[in-house]
Design a protein around this ligand. Structure first.
Ligand code: ZN
Length: 328
């Protein structure tokens, strides 16, 4: 029996498209790519809630016909928001991830409110997707999810993510438009990764949207721009200001759009201090500045000593100086 148990893949009902490989009927029985629970043909392995377990050989399950849709367009933001909320609600935050967020300067309450959750183990994924499907959430067009191929045929919903924790990327109305993952083990691409499945069957691309962090009670009419959603969440909490986290310094265009939507007339740029060393960061800052000023928005540059990022600077109590940039 143990050998037949396979907890890593969900069962689906047989259908006219996928008849039971054991009895050949199109209803009542269940299959995944390796096993069948046939309700009509007995085996040595009865199942507690009815039917008998049969081990399948490769090729026994008739292939479900799925258009190999490369990349689906992403669903509208209102739908992504609903699915991501339900998804995050079904996840937990591991103690080590919570510790990391507390260490970075967030309170327990903010951690809960902002919705950070740990990426679940691979063996949990199909079940979480099945639960969402059972609750009538449609995963088509939700970046991060895709149709996984069963070992011996058929498809089931799952998702791709390296170990780490999810950071919700919100629009100006607080809707979750995408998820970013803070990786446990940064790789050559960096510490952060979007939850995205371009070029996967049933998957879609998250794009690289910017995050809008809004304090519960804003104390500043200026809008601040920094790099990354987590940094924006932390800095926003300490300053009581709206913070936009761009996904990368060179990717500032979505920030300009968000700034205009927010109706901000004054913007403070607070990129990492290593901008003084990195040409690319300096250039990106210059471009953003010029673009905003052309739109009649006043631009200020924030500076501080010691810490690299504005979040760490605020948490450790550094004084932040804000100076208007008039020159080109
Ligand atoms: Zn059957």
């Amino acid at each position: 029996m143990q050998a037949l148990k396979d907890t890593s893949e969900p069962f689906r009902r047989v259908s006219r498209r996928e008849p039971c490989p054991i009895c050949g009927k199109t209803d009542w029985c269940g299959i995944n790519s390796r096993l069948a629970v046939c309700m009509r043909v007995e085996s040595d392995y009865p199942v507690s809630n009815g039917g008998w377990l049969h081990k399948l050989a490769p090729g026994m399950v008739k292939e479900e016909v799925i258009t190999p849709a490369e990349t689906n367009p992403a669903a509208p933001i209102a739908i992504r928001d609903r699915v991501y909320r339900a998804f995050l609600n079904s996840l937990h935050l591991l103690p080590e991830h919570k510790k990391d967020l507390l260490r970075r300067g967030l309170s327990e309450e903010e951690i809960k409110r902002n919705g950070y959750k740990s990426v679940p183990a691979p063996t949990e994924r199909w079940r979480l997707c099945k639960e969402l499907k059972d609750r009538k959430y449609v995963l088509t067009g939700i970046p991060g999810f895709y149709l996984a191929r069963g070992r011996y045929g058929g498809h089931y919903w799952s998702f791709k993510a390296l170990p780490g924790y999810y950071i919700p990327v919100r629009d100006r109305e607080g809707r979750i438009q995408a998820l970013q993952i803070r990786l446990d083990k940064p790789d050559s691409y960096g510490k952060y990764r979007f939850f995205s499945t371009p070029n996967q069957t049933g998957g879609s691309s998250s794009g690289a949207p910017c995050h809008v962090a809004r304090p519960e009670d804003p104390k500043d009419r200026r809008v601040w721009v920094t790099e990354g959603p987590l940094k924006a969440d932390i800095a926003s909490r300490y300053l009581g200001s709206v913070f936009i986290g761009v996904p990368g310094v060179s990717n500032w265009r979505p920030a300009v759009e968000a700034i205009q939507e927010l109706g901000a007339r004054e913007v403070v740029i607070a990129y990492d201090r290593d901008k003084n060393l990195k040409d690319a960061v300096r250039r990106a800052e210059r471009e953003l500045k010029a673009n905003l000023r052309r739109k009649g928005i006043r631009v200020f540059i924030a500076s501080w000593n010691q810490e690299k990022g504005i979040d760490d600077a605020l948490v450790s109590g550094c004084e932040i100086t804000v100076k208007e940039e008039r020159g080109a």
